[in-house]
Design a protein around this ligand. Structure first.
Ligand SMILES: Nc1ncnc2c1ncn2[C@@H]1O[C@H](COP(=O)(O)OP(=O)(O)OP(=O)(O)O)[C@@H](O)[C@H]1O
Length: 245
């Protein structure tokens, strides 16, 4: 896919794929076009001249209501100006599954409560969303995505406001969904722990892609981020972390 906004070509002939049950990481320096690719997939930006296959359909033929029953997006939490409770926000994840004026059922209620429990916020169901911390808000947004029961999940820097425990818990939870996930992550160690495949972007184009083993190499990190590093593999878990030089 390609994308031009104003005079600027933001995405240059990018091709990527996410297979069933795969957690794919999209990485690269600030401004290289990662979020723009995600926005094309969730139709915030037009993709008129490209074909994007989404769950075996052409994305251009799927209307937005139908897409919302299949695709959930967890981006960084945003300020919400109205005084919604945590429960209200998570309930919004059920809207795409409802016809106009159709009431919420006991089944919806159960799905919402299970989602809240999974992110550790069941006790906060009746609290005001606006009073929560940034990390708690982020977990509410994930619970809303879980309540949506999507078939495909998009993550845009979902762990930015989270402490290390919730970074781990939330990415574990996402992984356990066993659905295709395309996620923008800035933390290379987290990406190498949870992703099955990585795409490295720079200046609107994909420069490298492959398995963690293939991608977590100092020369690739140097070429993408202009940073020297050493890659350390844990003897216990096999996970890779970076030490910057
Ligand atoms: N609506 C827009 N109009 C014009 N340019 C835009 C628009 N949205 C984004 N851009 C530009 O497109 C480029 C890519 O932005 P994008 O948000 O996709 O980058 P990113 O890789 O997600 O960055 P970051 O890691 O900082 O979040 C940037 O140079 C940005 O300024």
């Amino acid at each position: 896919m390609s994308l031009t906004l104003g005079e600027k070509q933001i995405i240059k002939n990018v091709s990527l794929s996410v297979q069933q049950q795969q957690f794919v990481g999209l990485l690269g320096p600030n401004g290289c076009g990662k979020s723009s690719i995600l926005k094309c997939i969730y139709k915030q930006y037009p993709i008129k001249n490209d074909t994007v296959h989404f769950l075996e359909s052409d994305l251009n033929t799927i209307d937005e209501k139908c897409l919302a029953t299949q695709l959930a997006v967890v981006s960084q939490w945003q300020a919400i100006n109205f005084d919604f409770t945590v429960y209200d926000i998570v309930q919004m994840g059920r809207y795409p599954h409802k016809k106009q004026r159709q009431k919420f059922t006991k089944e919806d209620d159960l799905i919402i409560l299970v989602a809240l429990e999974k992110v550790g916020l069941l006790q906060a169901a009746n609290e005001s969303y606006s009073h929560l911390s940034g990390g708690e808000k982020q977990r509410v947004i994930l619970a809303r995505a879980l309540a949506q029961q999507p078939k495909f999940l998009i993550l845009d820097e979902p762990t930015n406001h989270l402490d290390i425990k919730y970074q781990q818990e939330i990415l574990r939870l996402v992984k356990a969904l066993n659905i295709p996930v395309l996620g923008v992550l800035h933390d290379l160690s987290l990406a190498s722990q949870f992703c099955d495949k990585l795409y490295f972007m720079r200046d609107g184009a994909i420069h490298y892609h492959g398995s963690i083993e293939e991608m977590m190499k100092p020369d690739i990190i140097q070429a993408i981020y202009d940073v020297n590093c050493e890659i350390i593999t844990s003897q216990t878990t096999g996970n890779k972390t970076l030490s910057y030089i």
